[in-house]
Structures are given as C-alpha cells and as structure tokens.
Write a protein that binds this ligand. Structure first.
Ligand SMILES: NC(=O)c1ccc[n+]([C@@H]2O[C@H](COP(=O)([O-])OP(=O)(O)OC[C@H]3O[C@@H](n4cnc5c(N)ncnc54)[C@H](O)[C@@H]3O)[C@@H](O)[C@H]2O)c1
Ligand SMILES: N[C@@H](Cc1c[nH]c2ccccc12)C(=O)O
Length: 353
C-alpha cells in the first residue's frame, strides 16, 4: 500500500500508529478532517487478518464519519480508531494504555464504543482520558437513536421510490439483530410492516420472532428474499458483486457502516438495478447525533430535531441524484464536501477566491 498517496487521496489529516510492549497494544487512530470540529469516531477492536486490512478499515470509517457529521449538520469532524486484537485478548490494562494515547491527542479525537467493546471497556479507557463520549445512561445510548434515524430514512426512501407514504404491509429484510437491528424491528412492526430477519446468533432471531412475529431465515437466504426493503444492520461490505445480483428489494436502508464493498462499483450496480440506496453515513447518523448532544449537554428536543432532519436530508439527496443523474452515494458525498468547503472558505477567505 502506498501509504502517503492513499492518505492524501482520501484526504486524511493524520494517521497515528500506537504501540506498546507492556501491555502489548497495536492501534491505529485515523483523523480524517477537522474543518467542522474535533474528529469524532468510536473505537473498534477486531482481529484483522492483516495490518493493511486494519488500516483500510480505519481510513474508510474515519472518512465516513467526516461525511456523516457534515450531512447531519453536526459541528464535528471525522475520525476512527481500530485496536488490532482478538476479543479474548481484552484486558483493562490494554484499554487504559489505549486511553493514554487518546489523552495525548488533547481533544483532537473524541471516541467511544464500537464493535467488540463493552461499556465496561470504555470505562477503562475513561480512567485515562476525558475524550470519551456515549457511555452515559442519560440519553439512552446511541443505538435506539440510530434505529429511529434508520426508520425515518426508510420512510423517506419509500416516499421517493414509490411516491407513497404507506408503510403498512411492506416487507422488510433485516440483516443483523444487534443493538440497532432489534430496535429497528420494533419501529417497523409498530407501523405494520412485515419482518424477515437473520442473525448468526439464533437467540437473537428467536427473540425477534417471539416479539414481532418475524419470519426467520438463514444468513445466506436474506439477500434473495422477495421483499420491498433490505436493511443491512450487521457488518460492512455486505453489498458486493456476489450479493447485489441476488437482491429483489427496491430500497436499501440500514445501519451498517461501509455497506458497499467498493463505493463506486457497487453504488453504480445498485443504480443500474433501479434500487434506491440510502447512503450509510446519512441514514445511520442518529448515534453520532446522540453522542454529540450528550457531549455538549443533552437537550432532548434539539437531538430529536436533528435526528428527524435525516428524513429531509435523504429526500434532498434522492432529488440531487435524480436531477444530476448520479448515484445517491455521489450525491451525499457532494453535499458533505460542499458543506466542508464552505466552512473552509469562511475560515480562510482566500479559498473563496
Ligand atoms: N450502534 C450504533 O449506534 C451505530 C451507529 C451507526 C452505525 N452502526 C453500525 O450498525 C451496525 C450494527 O450496529 P449494532 O450496534 O447493532 O451492532 P451489534 O454488534 O449489536 O449487532 C450486530 C449484529 O449482527 C450480527 N451479525 C454479524 N454478522 C452477521 C451476518 N453475517 N449475518 C447476520 N447477522 C450477522 C451479530 O450477531 C449481531 O447481532 C454496525 O455495522 C455498526 O457499525 C451502529
Ligand atoms: N459508532 C457510531 C457513532 C458513535 C457511537 N459512539 C461514539 C463515540 C464517539 C464518536 C462516535 C460515536 C457511528 O458509527 O456513527
């Protein structure tokens, strides 16, 4: 990998490699862009197959956070951190050592809980640094708010795709019934939608079947179901050259980050199939909105309004895509980059020239 070339092309400001011998720690913190505010991004722990895979994940996820904040109109920049480890290697000392790296960045990067971290792990990080958000119980945690944002995104997509406001009776396939997926099922069920669900954890599928009368299918079957909406709420990269040809849904609207295997190739494939794709970092911004508001002093009304804006932002993105005949992925990128450029111009007037 041509390191500096990749980082320059993706627009990153700084990439930090953290290591230590005792405790043994390998972590990468990627700070993408701080034009709109401090870089925010949760920390993920994962047994990556290679250091290159870890770096790629950090780079792509951090850029996604910049776009997420910009599209949600949150004065924050984008960052992300990955710790290269197996969940079995987790110790409080590991997280405390990691916390000291975060503290050393003096607030340029603000983090919290992501894949394979528990609230307990985040509390260990917090012993060493104040730059941690999203662990307070006050606001109910980010996942329910993310799920609400995804539900509002589904409403916007239905309105744009079928010119209809009727949700009742629509069939939705939900992939992944974790913190967000399960909460999303609740909203969909409440609005009379029919649920088809999968998870690698059968206890979760059984629970959702009991709670909402969902039909359970295997992880392989979920793509080809004859449904109206496909909601990826598990891991990234699920929309790729193998899975897209199987899809029958008219809309893709889910919480997972980095849903597209390759942003350009696979967003084009979806457009060619006539599928309305809700860009992941636009529809899943509820969690960021929630932790940001918690950080500045939680105001329920303000946070609620910002989450509801996801609906209008998506309608605007669908319009831009239709008018300019571009993918929704490119339309959302354009919206985010315009907002960042405008902020840069107001800080450095020469840029406006
Ligand atoms: N939690 C948030 O507020 C938030 C915000 C924005 C984005 N996201 C993203 O949304 C996704 C879900 O987040 P979460 O907090 O619910 O995570 P989670 O870990 O609670 O849930 C993920 C679920 O997916 C399941 N899963 C994993 N691989 C699968 C597969 N191949 N097929 C089916 N199920 C599979 C897991 O068993 C788990 O139940 C993640 O990609 C996350 O990065 C979450
Ligand atoms: N992980 C969430 C947002 C989030 C949760 N906790 C955080 C702590 C800090 C920064 C962001 C977060 C996302 O991908 O959008």
């Amino acid at each position: 990998m041509l390191l500096f070339e990749t980082v320059r092309e993706m627009g990153h400001e700084q990439v930090i490699f953290c290591h230590g011998k005792n405790p043994d720690i390998k972590a990468i913190i990627a700070i993408h862009d701080r034009t709109l505010g401090p870089a925010m991004g949760a920390t993920r722990l994962f047994p990556y197959v290679s250091e290159e895979a870890a770096l790629k994940d950090a780079l792509r996820l951090s850029r996604g956070m910049t776009y997420k904040a910009a599209c949600a109109n949150i004065p924050a920049g984008g960052g992300k951190a990955v710790i290269i480890a197996h969940p079995e290697q987790k110790t409080p000392e590991l997280f405390r050592a990691y916390g000291r790296f975060i503290e050393g960045l003096n607030g340029r990067f603000i983090t919290g809980q992501d894949v394979n971290l528990t609230p307990e792990d985040v509390r260990s990080i917090r012993k060493e640094t104040k730059y941690v958000v999203g662990v307070s119980e006050k606001s109910g945690g980010p996942a329910p708010v993310t799920a609400l944002g995804v539900f509002l995104g589904i409403k916007a997509a239905v309105e744009s795709h079928w010119e209809s406001q009727e949700l009742k009776g629509l069939k939705v396939a939900i992939q992944g019934l974790g913190n967000v997926g399960k909460n999303l099922c609740h909203h969909l069920h409440e609005h009379g939608m029919k649920l088809y669900v999968t998870d690698v954890d059968t206890a979760k599928t059984e629970e959702v079947k009991q709670l909402f009368g969902a039909t359970v299918v295997s992880p392989k079957e979920i793509y080809a179901l004859d449904v109206d909406i496909f909601a990826p709420c598990a891991l990234g990269g699920m929309l790729n050259s193998e899975t897209i040809p199987l899809l029958k849904a008219g809309i893709i609207a889910g919480a997972a980050n980095n849903q597209l295997g390759d942003e350009q190739i696979h967003s084009q494939m979806l457009t060619q199939k006539g599928i309305t794709y809700c860009p992941d970092y636009v529809i899943n911004a509820g969690g960021l909105i929630n932790v940001y508001n918690e950080m500045i002093g939680y105001n329920e009304e303000k946070a609620f309004q910002q989450v509801h804006n996801i609906y209008d932002t998506l309608l605007a993105i669908f319009d831009i895509a239709k008018q300019q005949k571009i993918t929704t992925n490119d339309a959302s990128k354009q919206l985010a980059e315009d907002r960042i450029m405008n902020a840069k111009k107001s800080k450095i007037p020469e840029l406006a020239a």
